[in-house]
Write a protein that binds this ligand. Structure first.
Ligand code: PMP
Length: 281
């Protein structure tokens, strides 16, 4: 298989990263995951924008233009010829003798390759269960950092409990999932945490806000508590790879009647239509 590696497409075996790459030693880097439908990247412009925004937030200059990165992605898709997949794109600060201080004038390391994966149809239809866990991460969750220890510990805790996701809270305020944004539906209104430093402003989240706006579905970006979560009419998660998945059981308790909710299902339909419109599924 092939890989985007520092401005070129090469055989994956040829891509080797130095042990003093700061991504490897410090988790000093940022990433994106882009869904590929029907061979086409979905919401690519938004992902590349966020890639550059994440880099800027950690004072990192990406040594390739947005246009260059886009053309590398299309070249990779062309070579791989896959229909459904996820593109993983990462930029780390680059190679420098180990020292916390951010080095000046070094080139970062760009890597991008495809991960296999069909749309999670069964999860979308049946819903999943989740646990509630303390959000022990740092206060820059808006940066799509490759340092993901807090996220992986939470996700693993969920999976150990036989669940799919960990819903995180800070002092009882629900922030987001370990790798997803969390939404509740209450009295017909969609509610999700505001896009501030405590969450990643998901591209799927942004797409859903657009869809809600277009279809006059009431929504609010505001904080809600764990108690409100547990008593919501519907709960669902969003992410690039999972799309929109109902959460039907939290900490062993049913949400509503324990079945995917009507508004969640409506949003799934509208989201699929927007994928079809862009990628021609
Ligand atoms: N929050 C976190 C912590 C994430 O890691 C992700 C993406 N994996 C999301 C939210 C969802 O973002 P997106 O819709 O852009 O995939």
């Amino acid at each position: 298989s092939f890989i985007i590696f520092n401005g070129d497409i090469t055989d994956r075996q040829n891509a080797k990263v130095d042990i003093e790459d700061r991504g490897y030693q410090f988790g000093d880097g940022i990433y994106e995951v882009v869904r590929i439908y029907n061979g086409h990247p979905f919401a690519l412009t938004a992902h590349i924008e966020r890639f550059f925004e994440s880099a800027a937030k950690i004072q990192m200059d990406i040594s390739y233009s947005k246009e260059k990165i886009e053309s590398l992605i299309y070249a990779l898709l062309d070579k791989e010829g896959k229909s459904t997949a996820s593109l993983y794109l990462q930029y780390s600060r680059g190679i420098s003798v180990r020292n916390h201080v951010i080095p000046k004038n070094i080139n970062g390391t760009l890597v991008g390759y495809l991960l296999d994966g069909e749309r999670p149809v069964a999860l979308m239809e049946n819903g999943v269960s989740a646990i509630i866990a303390a959000d022990t991460r740092w206060l820059h969750c808006d940066i799509k950092s490759i340092s993901l220890l807090g996220n992986i510990l939470a996700k693993s805790k969920a999976v150990e409990a036989g669940c799919t996701e960990a819903i995180l809270h800070r002092d009882q305020i629900v922030t987001e999932g370990s790798s997803t944004n969390i939404w509740i539906v209450q009295d017909g209104e969609l509610i999700t945490h505001p896009a501030n430093n405590l969450i990643l402003n998901g591209i799927t989240r942004q797409q859903l806000i657009m869809i809600a706006t277009q279809h006059d579905m009431p929504y609010t970006e505001k904080s809600f508590t764990v108690t409100e979560l547990l008593h919501a009419d519907e709960v669902f998660l969003t992410s690039t790879t999972l799309e929109i998945v109902p959460i039907t059981i939290i900490d062993g308790k049913k949400i509503g009647n324990g079945k995917p909710g009507a508004i969640t299902k409506e949003l799934q339909k509208l989201f699929t239509l927007s994928i079809e419109a862009e990628c021609g599924l």
